[in-house]
Write a protein that binds this ligand. Structure first.
Ligand code: ADP
Ligand code: MG
Length: 461
């Protein structure tokens, strides 16, 4: 039996030791990859964006492959995919999510279920903040499509902030129904992937007049339909229309619909009134922030599932420190465990846990952002971030500042006014001036060009 998560964590430990991967590159490109599944001798890794996938393929694939085969000699290659490609795995029934994926080494057969096996009701910690959503989800799974007494659970609309368990609940419903009602046809789709599929169908209609009809049919001929993260419907009026019709057909024939979103239907911008009222027609169940007791329970559950343990002190420290969401809490626990392994300290104490959270990179948005660029520039020119963002006009500081401004303008598409704010509240004309000055100097200043290239390679862009 091979545990995908273990393989990837071990590969990350190897990658940390690689001299060719500096700390900036590690935190921007490597740490954000997540393992999806294994296909023959290839490990499939998910990158957070297309740009990130391309960079990893171009600059890190061979090092990752080398480290991977150190950890698992039978695995020789990696394939870096994006979220869009992930949806093809889902459609092909070929998708197996990371974490718990267990590949039977003898048959090499992958599970055909599109649901993440560890996302079950049993693995879900129930507390004040999520009990309505939990019991509603369970009830829908037990009796899909039928109203529960006087309570109308169709559609079930679960909403709440990121990392609070919405996808976990949807997959739990999927796992439960697949097991107890194997004849029912269930479709689960993240709304972003649904939108891609919809636009692809529209594009195809000129050459294939059935493309749109096939798209609608795929979702109309099901017993249970789940769309995850429907806030992505905003501004997609055509898709909203299509969903409205799918919705009516399913509803009229008593099929179950389950939706999730990061906000209640009314707060999804530009959602059509008629669709909004369909979304609100059943039960709206919110998931709130977990309290301290629940955070402790989540860590304990996670330790049990991952077969790892830390002391009560560390559990308490993590539960108190990470009060944002459950995904970050789980991530923090894994960081502590990984770090403890790295420094050969199998029983981490609170000091080690603090250290682990300090040394590991903060959770970042997709790809690089302005602070990555500023940090890399400061590291390169050995000046402090405070100085770079200050009003100081000393030559080395102001030169470094101009380089950072130039790189932010060049690499990110942020309005100039906002760049001004990022650089200590400067006017946008100052930003234009700095950017153009560097652009002009680059035409003849070879040394500056090399410096900027060095910073780019620290950022791997
Ligand atoms: P969302 O879809 O709301 O952004 P997820 O369902 O992806 O959040 O949850 C993020 C992580 O937190 C997952 O690994 C999930 O298993 C875990 N998680 C969330 N809520 C709970 C809970 N109540 N009990 C156990 N694990 C949870
Ligand atoms: Mg989710």
């Amino acid at each position: 039996m091979i545990n995908l998560q273990d393989i990837w964590q071990d590969t990350l430990s190897e990658l940390l030791k690689e001299p060719s991967i500096n700390a900036v590159a590690y935190s921007i490109w490597i740490e954000k990859l997540s393992p999806v599944c294994i296909k023959d001798d290839v490990l499939i890794l998910l990158a957070p964006s297309l740009n990130s996938a391309e960079t990893v393929r171009k600059s890190f694939s061979s090092t990752i492959n080398k480290c991977l085969s150190k950890v698992k000699p039978t695995l020789k290659n990696t394939e870096i995919i994006t979220r869009e490609e992930l949806s093809f795995f889902i459609e092909a029934g070929d998708f197996v999510h990371n974490q718990e994926l267990v590949v039977s080494s003898s048959s090499k057969k992958r599970s055909a279920s599109p649901f993440i096996s560890r996302y079950t009701f049993d693995n879900f910690v129930v507390g004040e903040s999520n009990k309505l959503a939990f019991y509603a989800a369970k009830s829908v799974a037990e009796k899909p499509g039928s109203s529960d007494g006087c309570l109308n659970l169709n559609p079930l609309f679960i909403y709440g902030g990121v990392g609070l368990g919405k996808t976990h609940l949807l997959h739990s419903i999927g796992n439960y129904i697949s097991k107890h009602f194997p004849s029912l046809k269930i479709v689960y789709m993240p709304t972003e992937s649904l939108a891609n599929e919809y636009f692809a169908a529209l594009e195809k209609t000129s050459s294939d007049k059935n493309a749109y009809r096939n798209f609608i049919d795929k979702y109309q001929n099901v017993d249970v339909l789940m769309f995850d993260d429907v806030q992505f419907l905003k501004k997609k009026i055509g898709l909203q229309d299509a969903i409205f019709h799918i919705f009516n057909t399913l509803y009229q024939s008593g099929k179950q619909i389950i939706l999730s979103s990061d906000r209640p239907p009314k707060e999804i911008e530009t959602i059509e009134d008629r669709l909004c009222s369909r979304f609100e027609g059943g039960l709206l169940a919110d998931i709130g922030m977990p309290n301290l007791d629940m955070r402790i329970a989540v860590i304990r559950k996670k330790m049990m599932l991952e077969k790892v343990a830390v002391s009560d002190d560390v559990v308490y420290f993590l539960a108190e420190t990470i009060d944002t969401n459950i995904r970050e809490l789980e991530g923090a626990l894994l960081k502590v465990i990984l770090y403890a392994q790295l420094i050969n300290k199998p029983h981490p104490d609170v000091e080690t846990a603090k250290e682990a959270l300090r040394v590991s990179a903060p959770v970042k948005k997709e790809d690089i952002d302005s602070s990555d660029i500023i940090n890399a520039t400061c590291t390169y020119y050995r000046i402090s971030k405070a100085d770079l963002l200050s009003k100081k006009k000393t030559k080395d500081i102001s030169d470094a500042r101009m380089v950072a401004i130039y790189l932010v303008c060049d690499l990110l598409s942020i309005p100039l006014v906002n760049i001004g704010q990022i650089f200590g509240g400067r006017d946008h004309t100052t930003i234009i001036h700095a950017r153009d000055k560097i652009m002009n100097q680059l035409k003849e200043n070879k040394k500056l060009e090399l410096e900027i290239n060095d910073i780019r390679s620290m950022l791997n862009v």
